[in-house]
Design a protein around this ligand. Structure first.
Ligand SMILES: Cc1cc2nc3c(=O)[nH]c(=O)nc-3n(C[C@H](O)[C@H](O)[C@H](O)COP(=O)(O)O)c2cc1C
Length: 371
């Protein structure tokens, strides 16, 4: 292919991405304990994948109360900033670019992950039947437990959380990240404000669509302040998935309004999560074209893309970048494989979360496998 759409460079703020392939955020639960600190092993993993046009880090928590899974990294202590500095240095040393995904899980947590405290959300609505991963209470045996009943954040507490987001963005830039991505998808805290069925508030943060988008607006403005430039801020949204119990009654209206709001704030990109695992509702092309019309910045799509579908999406104009999640786990040289049509290795599901180097840094490149 003379003009492969996947290998056309793209400007993102001050960055020039050499290709249209994104490594999307993927939690791998290997942060050093105690302290939830990113480490050398994680640095090696991300550096191996630096040929991506852009890497977005695994979700990294902005505060202790934002944590929902064992061994996930944070970005609110000096040690955590120093840990991430190893990662960004390693990625930049081999020519890559990396944003930090900023994460607050809200109600998707368990008291044992929060030092006995109750999880917080927009509303006192439990995500029923949803499990989170814990390191194990008492016996220390890891496993899944149902989320704990959350309580609603007060208005003062909402301001505190917005401040935590701002501080996390500052920390991310101090740690050497090229920008930050707000995790507004997959049923976590921001999503718990946006989606009508998760938000039962009757104050300025609930009820009308404008009110349900107020937290997104506040947090995005705080991230722009923290990161110092709107082009260094991206937002991940999941309009149609019902993951983790977050459902909106009118997703097209809600998310087109969110896109217009983010256009007004001038953020660098919107990252649409179409699928997470098996939850992959069909997102109509007309909806994607409306998002394109509502938001003039960079649009990323993720969810079971193949090289062919990604090329079509970029050529059609509704996507600028396409993210490949699971394929990046087992194919550190994924862009080269997509360029040449080489076969893709399959990942081992048993080593996705937790553990050490096995299943993280030991997948070979094609060149290494051939040698
Ligand atoms: C192991 C694993 C961990 C994930 N962790 C996150 C995460 O921390 N934040 C997030 O927004 N999405 C997360 N996702 C979703 C991916 O970013 C992506 O949207 C999803 O895997 C669909 O893309 P794919 O079909 O190309 O894998 C995760 C996915 C996987 C497979």
């Amino acid at each position: 292919m003379i003009q492969d759409p996947l290998f056309q460079p793209l400007r993102l703020g001050a960055l020039t991405l050499p290709n249209r392939i994104v490594m999307p955020p993927m939690t791998r639960s290997r942060a050093s304990q105690p302290g939830d600190v990113a480490n050398d092993l994680m640095a090696a993993y991300y550096a191996q994948r630096a040929s991506a046009g852009l890497i977005v880090s695994e979700g990294t928590t902005i505060a202790p109360l934002g944590k929902g899974y064992a061994w996930t990294p944070g970005i609110y202590t000096p040690d955590q900033v120093a840990g991430w500095r190893k990662v960004t240095d390693a990625v930049h040393a081999v020519g890559g670019r990396i944003f930090a995904q900023l994460w607050h899980v809200g109600r998707l947590s368990h008291t044992s992950l929060l030092g006995g405290q109750q999880p917080v959300s927009s509303s006192p609505v439990q995500a029923k039947g949803v499990n989170v991963f814990i390191a194990g209470e008492g016996d220390g045996v890891p496993g899944f437990v149902e989320t704990s009943e959350p309580r609603a954040l007060t208005i003062d507490e909402i301001r505190d959380v917005v401040d935590q987001y701002r501080a996390a963005a500052r920390n991310a830039i101090e740690a050497g990240f090229d920008g930050v991505e707000l995790h507004g998808a997959n049923g976590y805290l921001v999503n718990q404000f946006i989606d009508s069925q998760a938000n039962t508030r009757t104050d300025a943060y609930g009820g009308s669509l404008e009110n349900r988008l107020r937290f997104l607006d506040d947090v995005t403005q705080a991230l722009i302040e923290g990161a110092g430039d709107a082009s260094r801020v991206g937002i991940r949204l999941a309009p149609l998935t019902t993951l983790n119990g977050c459902v909106d009654d009118d997703p097209e209206t809600t998310y087109l309004a969110a896109a217009r709001l983010l256009a007004g704030l001038g953020v660098g990109y919107i990252h649409i999560a179409e699928a997470d695992w098996d939850d992959a509702p069909l997102m109509p092309v007309e909806f994607k074209q409306k998002l394109r019309a509502a938001y003039p910045g960079v649009l990323i799509y993720a969810g079971r893309y193949t090289a062919e579908r990604a090329r079509e999406a970029i050529a059609a104009g509704w996507a600028d970048l396409v993210a490949f999640g699971r394929p990046f786990v087992a194919n550190p040289d994924l862009p080269e494989r997509l360029r040449t049509g080489a076969p893709l290795a399959l990942h081992d599901r048993n080593t996705l979360f937790g553990g050490g180097a096995r299943g993280l840094t030991d997948y070979p490149t094609l060149a290494a496998a051939a040698a």
